[in-house]
Design a binder for this molecule. Structure first.
Ligand code: NAD
Length: 375
């Protein structure tokens, strides 16, 4: 079995393999071919891949005869014309927004697997790119906020007087939010956090932060279905807006991470609420790509409103390319290793497996995923 690792398009710094996963694939009996320069953005030289047992070559060379193609972002189907029919294409394929490309993979006879549609089950935790990348992004959001903020995070008692600790409020306590809380705590901030899922209250407290929750209208019980939130009732939204208005004026840094699968991100902070914040405060909107939790957010840009900086954070994991590539490529390795059949020396993906059903988009020239056929 030959595994091809593609060089990503401009703007993507990550790589779908690292020398460690190359070695592990070789140990499974596979042959690995890495496109020249694929690791550059993640500080991995071609020679590092060669030393791990891979061959390095052009896209045409690496695709030739490959049964598995690995990428971080979904490649343009036209760039895969040298791939063989029936090859597995594995990456963050962004199935809904790149529907045309998915159709392109089907017509090329590729079996595309979308890593971001990994089901949230215990068995698949080690294969979950949303968790591995969000965790790093949550950390980076706090570091970016600290960089822009014109004051310090920790309390400092100095001979020239006391520096007060920054007050950080995290809205949305999933994987990114939890890491943002932990990072802000490590930097010495006073941290509070909110979510709509009641199970997060204990998680917030276990990190030493203060939970700020809507009390008079019921939120989502426990973890929520599959760990996901749904759109909240008007009554809840109103109560949440009042709660936020009371709290936000006293905060220096706000990190928003709230997402609802298949829907635009919920609006959590209005322009009027931003106007109540102290000049110099910083908001990091990690939902910027999904429409934003904050009024006025521009994805990929910093904008200033009422002397508050709003960072429209887009794909922060890319700015930690070495770590994010390592975790991403281990997620892919864990998937392939779990289904690897030693005798056939290739992965065997049973049609009735929950993971396979979740991530398989195309097979035998057709789009086969229920979520895409329903769309
Ligand atoms: P997410 O990215 O879908 O959403 C981020 C957070 O925003 C969630 O906590 C959500 O409840 C919250 N949110 C949504 N609407 C909100 C609103 N109006 N106000 C405030 N907050 C709002 O979530 P995520 O980071 O992917 O993870 C959510 C949960 O799923 C976590 O508990 C995580 O541990 C779990 N999870 C489990 C697995 C697994 O078992 N394999 C994998 C991934 C995540």
């Amino acid at each position: 079995m030959k595994i091809a690792v593609l060089k990503e398009a401009a703007g993507e710094t990550r790589c779908a393999a690292i020398p460690e996963t190359v070695k592990k694939f070789v140990a499974l009996g596979a042959e690995v071919a890495v496109e020249k320069g694929a690791g550059a953005g993640a500080s991995i030289a071609d020679a590092d891949f060669t030393a791990a047992g891979a061959k390095v070559g052009s896209r045409k060379d690496v695709l030739k005869g490959a049964g598995i193609i690995l990428a971080v972002d979904g490649p343009d189907p036209a760039s895969l014309k040298d791939a063989k029919k029936g090859a597995l294409l594995i990456g963050a394929l962004d199935p809904v927004r790149r529907r045309n490309a998915i159709d392109g993979y089907a017509s090329a006879g590729l079996d595309a697997l979308a890593m971001e549609w990994m089901p949230r089950i215990t068995r698949a935790q080690s294969m979950d790119i949303l968790s591995s990348q969000s965790n790093l992004a949550g950390y980076k959001a706090v570091v970016e906020a600290a960089d822009v903020y014109g004051r310090a995070f920790p309390m400092m008692m100095t001979a020239a007087g006391t520096v007060s600790p920054a007050k950080v409020f995290v809205m949305g306590v999933g994987v990114a939010g939890l890491q943002a809380i932990a990072t802000a705590k490590r930097l010495g901030a006073q941290v509070s956090a909110t979510d709509v899922r009641s199970a997060t209250k204990e998680q917030i407290m276990s990190l030493g932060a203060k939970p700020i929750f809507v009390e008079n209208v019921a939120g989502i019980e426990g973890e929520g279905s599959g760990g996901y939130a749904t759109e909240m009732s008007r009554e809840y939204q109103k109560a949440q807006a009042e709660l936020v208005s009371g709290h936000i004026a006293k905060q220096d840094i706000v990190i928003t991470t709230a997402l609802i699968p298949g829907k635009p991100a919920p609006r959590l902070i209005s322009d009027a609420q931003i106007a109540t914040m102290r000049p110099g405060s910083v908001i990091v909107d990690m939902a910027a790509d999904a429409g934003g939790n904050v009024e006025g957010t521009v994805s990929g840009k910093n904008v200033e409103k009422h002397r508050v900086t709003i960072i429209g954070a887009a794909n922060l994991a890319r700015s930690l390319a070495a770590d994010s590539s390592a975790l991403f490529s281990r997620n892919i390795y864990n998937l392939l290793a779990a289904f690897w059949d030693k005798e056939q020396a290739k992965p065997v993906l049973p049609d009735d497996d929950e993971i396979v059903k979740g991530i398989r988009l195309t097979q035998g020239g057709k789009v086969v995923n229920e979520r895409l056929s329903a769309a």
